[in-house]
Each structure stands twice: as structure tokens, then as C-alpha cells.
Design a protein around this ligand. Structure first.
Ligand SMILES: Nc1ncnc2c1ncn2[C@@H]1O[C@H](COP(=O)(O)OP(=O)(O)OP(=O)(O)O)[C@@H](O)[C@H]1O
Ligand SMILES: [Mg+2]
Length: 316
């Protein structure tokens, strides 16, 4: 059974993409899992962790990106999902990481992401209510349909979301079993975490409430909070700096985060950015800084922890 996980935070620059990427690489490389990464952030960062700008341009021209797949959906054409999958997306030297594919993104998704009708106001007839409700669910079911088309080929589907909760992120939440929140443990980065989880519950409540209005028989819902991963933790000497240490403890003791904080976190190290520039996971980059980061074995341990927490029952 496939586990679908979205990496979410409406705050920017808090490690969503770096974590989605490294966990995907580790699942495929260290745990021999079949993984599909889906980039739904028009910033296209996950895509550029895998492809050079030239490779991406060629791919966009010859095949297309998730933007084209989305156009198929909005124009009610059949979804040709397999065509848009970039097989063997991460290449180490001359060899790809086996079992790791992606659906790349595109800056042109930007305008689409804000779209979406709302079920608000009063509807004059039952038929109008039903049509609006069906439209509302349809607008949030694109990614679910994409994943359904290829579900049998993957153990995991990991979705890198933009820093917002707009339509495409709602699609991701609707399509996922779990969402993982990444956060830097400082005051401003964590102040909204409980509100974030509340907002996501609200999105789920509206989707569930819309379902009977749409005359739908499915059980539409959104992802559960699967885990909270702290990133870029600052170390002074051999100790975590006091503010980061205090914030991590404070968050872990809050009700919404109970048992959700992954004990392993990533430390703030330049090696991560260096590896990103070279489009390889940090344990594959040959530099002093990357080796220092890789020695800590942070993402493989985070991945092991996520497997233990999120893997669905029949996966091996
Ligand atoms: N542990 C780390 N140490 C140092 N730099 C890091 C670490 N993790 C991530 N970074 C860097 O921090 C920056 C932001 O990370 P990332 O792009 O993963 O965040 P994001 O939440 O996806 O951002 P956005 O909201 O813009 O999509 C990137 O330049 C990344 O290389
Ligand atoms: Mg990102």
C-alpha cells in the first residue's frame, strides 16, 4: 500500500524542500523503496534539486510539467500521468538512484495555485448546491487523481508544497495520508505551528462537509499530522543554542505536537547548501562541509523514524 506524504508549512525557507528531497533519496537509496516525488511549488526548487536549468527547459519543451498535467485536468481530458513522470530523477555521477522518480513543477503553475471557487453564500436550488459542491471537491481532487493513476508503482509518494495553504496545497492534503511539518526552532518560525494544524483540520472539515452536498459516496478527508521535523538547529560548541533547545522542548510539550516531534533534527550546516548546488543528497557530495554534515547521518535517521511512524500496514 502506498503512503502519500505532504511536506507543509506556510512559512517559507523552513526546510520543506530539503527534507522532502533527502527523505525521498534516503527511502530509495537506503531503504530500497519505490518513490515518486511531486513538486507542486511554482518556485520549482525540488525540481532544480534534481535537474539543471538546461535539462529542465528541454523537459518542459518536449514533455511538459505538472502545469500541463493540470491543464489536462481542468480541460477534463484524460490524465496522461505516466508521460509526465521523470524516471530516475536523481543521478549520482553517472548512475541514478534506483526507484526514485519525480513529476517536475513549473513557474507557470503560479497563477493556477490561487484559483478555486468557494462554497459560500446561499444557493437558490438543491441542484446549484450540488453543482457547487461537486466543483469544490473536483478542484481539490487533481493530485488524488494523479496519484491514483500510478499508485500501484510506488511505495511512497512525497509532495513538496509551496509556503501557503492555497488550492494546490489543499490538493496535496486531500491526496495524502499524512503531512509532515518542518520548522526552524526559533520563536517566529514556531509561533504559527498550532494554528497551522488547526487550519489544516478546518480544510478537512469543509471537504468532509461538502461531500454529502456533492452527492459523493467516497470518504473525502485530509491528511493527519504525521510528524514534526526540526531543521537548521543551531549548535554552539557541542551544544544546541539555548533558544533552539528551549523552543524544541516547548513545542514538543504542546498538545497538538504530542508524540509528533521526530527526535532527530538537522543542524545548520553549509554542507546542505553545497550539496543542493550540486544536485545530490548531502551524503553523496564530495566536499569537506558536506562530509561534516553527512557524518551526522541526520536525514537517514529522520527517514527511518518517518518509516516507523508513517508506513502503511501492508508495505514491506
Ligand atoms: N540543515 C541545513 N543547514 C543549512 N542550510 C539548510 C539546511 N536545510 C536547508 N537549508 C537551506 O535553507 C534554504 C531553505 O531551505 P528549503 O528550500 O528546504 O526551505 P523551504 O521550506 O522548502 O522553502 P520555501 O518555503 O521557499 O519552499 C535552502 O537554501 C537550503 O539549502
Ligand atoms: Mg520549498
Amino acid at each position: 500500500m502506498t503512503t502519500v506524504v505532504s511536506f507543509i508549512n506556510y512559512k517559507g525557507g523552513v526546510g520543506k524542500t530539503t527534507t522532502a528531497y533527502h527523505v525521498s533519496c534516503s527511502l530509495a537509496q537506503h531503504f530500497r523503496q519505490k518513490v515518486l516525488m511531486i513538486d507542486i511549488d511554482p518556485q520549482t526548487n525540488l525540481t532544480f534539486l534534481c535537474a539543471s536549468p538546461t535539462q529542465w527547459q528541454r523537459r518542459k519543451r518536449n514533455v511538459g510539467t505538472i502545469k500541463n498535467l493540470y491543464s489536462q485536468y481542468t480541460q477534463r481530458h484524460a490524465l496522461d500521468v505516466r508521460r509526465f513522470i521523470w524516471n530516475d530523477a536523481v543521478v549520482i555521477g553517472r548512475y541514478p538512484i534506483s526507484g526514485l522518480d519525480m513529476i517536475p513543477c513549473d513557474i507557470d503553475l503560479l497563477g493556477e495555485d490561487l484559483g478555486g471557487g468557494q462554497v459560500v453564500g446561499t444557493f437558490p436550488t438543491m441542484q446549484a448546491i450540488r453543482q457547487n459542491a461537486q466543483q469544490y471537491l473536483r478542484e481539490r481532487s487533481f493530485l488524488m487523481k494523479v496519484i491514483d493513476a500510478v499508485r500501484d508503482r510506488y511505495d511512497w509518494v512525497l509532495i513538496d508544497c509551496p509556503p501557503n495553504l492555497y488550492l494546490m496545497t489543499q490538493n496535496a492534503l486531500h491526496a495524502s495520508n499524512y503531512y509532515v511539518v518542518t520548522a526552524i526552532p526559533d520563536h517566529l518560525s514556531t509561533i504559527g505551528l498550532s494554528i497551522l494544524t488547526q487550519k489544516i483540520r478546518n480544510i478537512g472539515d469543509v471537504i468532509s462537509a461538502t461531500q454529502p452536498l456533492a452527492g459523493s459516496k467516497g470518504t473525502h478527508t485530509v491528511a493527519d499530522l504525521g510528524a514534526i521535523v526540526f531543521v537548521k538547529v543551531r549548535i554552539g560548541g557541542s551544544m544546541i543554542t539555548t533558544t533552539h533547545d528551549t523552543t524544541m522542548r516547548d513545542i514538543a510539550s504542546e498538545e497538538f505536537a504530542r508524540d509528533k516531534v521526530v527526535p532527530k533534527y538537522t543542524t545548520e550546516l553549509i554542507g546542505y547548501s553545497e550539496a543542493a548546488e550540486n544536485r545530490v543528497p548531502v551524503w553523496e557530495h564530495d566536499s569537506e562541509n558536506a562530509r561534516r554534515a553527512a557524518q551526522k547521518n541526520e536525514y537517514p535517521e529522520i527517514t527511518r523514524e518517518l518509516i516507523a511512524r508513517l508506513r502503511r500496514p501492508s508495505q514491506t
